[in-house]
Design a binder for this molecule. Sequence first.
Ligand code: G3H
Length: 327
Amino acid sequence: MQASDTITHLPQVTEPRNPGMDLNMDWVMSARANTSAIERRAASLPGRRSVKKEYQAAWLCRAVSCIDLTTLAGDDTGGRVARLCAKARQPVRGDILQALDMTGLTVGAVCVYHDMVAPARAALTGSGIPVAAVSTGFPAGLSPFHLRVAEIGESVKAGAEEIDIVISRRHVLTGNWQALYDEMRAFRTACGDAHVKAILATGELGTLRNVARASLVCMMAGADFIKTSTGKEGVNATLPVTLVMLRAIRAYHARTGFRVGYKPAGGISKAKDALVYLSMIKEELGDRWLRPDLFRFGASSLLGDIERQLEHHVTGGYSAKWRHPVG
Ligand SMILES: O=C[C@H](O)COP(=O)(O)O
């Protein structure tokens, strides 16, 4: 028996998120992940043509609108963040966007450390693009709990509308689901009206079953999004982890009617990989999730390759066959 099997019930979740729902630890513990089946399916995905050539430009524009354009470096400056924000406002060259009839396209959000929230907010004024702040002692989440909670409040005060928190991996690794639930609840409360994305750091959680259970607990405790990684772990977003998290989101939606978003992050830098992720979302969750309010890529270097591919599509004459990927 694992430590996680000895934990009893979570408190019943009766907050607005899960009105009247009988969600408890039994449900969390029933989450399984058939690792070999998931890995087989994930391995088959990139080999297939995920999106037909004539629709790829539309899908790539959709991918752009779902990017959390990120800089999370120790040498970030106001100048670098201002340049990033200019790119966020116009992520692709104007002539390409015009040819695709996509002028006005922007990314989903700009994602920075706390100290860069104010410069980012200033640079994005009037754009409608939200600022996301990584928080709670990102990336390890090992600073004192009260400071992690306070950090959220500071970033919200500075203008962040989205907060990407990191969970304590040890709560998962020791099967202390109650502690994970309580931590997530406290972070959720500190966010107030800001959206909260729960970074699971899946590369450090040991098993896919742990990923499934941590996903459910974070959703029950109020996460608006679940996110794979900080980008700083040894292993970041992967397709098997994505399948597990998408299925947890699907199970949670089936049980509660509440749609939680998904954000793969870390190491996603190729347009063709972005298409694989989008087609997985469409297959596992449906078109409703292919929008920035429910899907984001956390990426610092994906945009360049997408822009290059869009240029090829335009010069290849595919702009005339423009089709919107979802309804
Ligand atoms: O949340 C976003 C990630 O830190 C970005 O990772 P990346 O730099 O590998 O794209």
